[in-house]
Design a protein around this ligand. Structure first.
Ligand code: SF4
Ligand code: SF4
Length: 169
């Protein structure tokens, strides 16, 4: 049995059409990998994911855990000698992954927090206590303290399909 992976050049074309037009400019120098703080602690290799996208290795990219390990710090973009829009390319490939039902658990948790309170950072009793202690209203004047606003926000998210895409409601 062959271990050869099937390229899907329509995937590379779709990445370029969706905004990653600089994908082909990458000449694999590795500066991005060397600059990547996430890659220092994980198996994520920036250069490699860009190469896989160039080669049309769709399943390898969209189904991978590594796709979710970029912190969008932009160190790689600042240093890339070819001005490849690395972060934009990673983000649009994440969008494609979500459309196919792949999403990292940590990102799902953030999506759930957004649907629950209208904020990506969870807000709980500890924060309420801290705010009250500082003489502030326990809830901030955002969707957290505004039920009507929160329901309207949720309605918008449902209309965009965010709940179905992320599996949270
Ligand atoms: S730094 Fe730029 S050119 Fe070099 S490997 Fe990374 S994306 Fe490609
Ligand atoms: S933006 Fe992402 S890929 Fe680039 S250096 Fe930061 S963590 Fe690594």
């Amino acid at each position: 049995m062959s271990n050869m992976k099937e390229p899907d050049m329509a995937f590379a074309d779709a990445v370029k059409a969706a905004g990653g037009k600089t994908l082909d400019l990458c000449y694999q120098c590795g500066t991005c990998t060397a600059s990547c703080p996430s890659g220092r602690r994980t198996a994520f290799r920036t250069r490699q994911i860009i190469r896989k996208a160039q080669l049309g290795l769709k399943d390898d990219v969209l189904g991978s855990d590594e796709l979710w390990m970029c912190t969008t710090c932009y160190s790689c973009v600042e240093r890339c000698p070819r001005e490849v829009e690395i972060v934009d390319i990673i983000l649009l490939m994440r969008n494609m992954a979500v459309q196919k039902g792949y999403m990292a658990d940590a990102h799902k948790k953030i999506a759930a927090s957004l649907m629950k309170g209208g904020a990506t950072v969870p807000f709980g009793d500890d924060m309420r206590k801290l705010r009250s202690g500082m003489g502030l209203p326990a809830n901030p004047p955002t969707t957290i303290g505004n039920e009507k606003g929160l329901e309207e926000f949720r309605k918008i998210m449902r209309k965009t399909g965010f709940d179905k895409l992320t599996g949270v409601n």
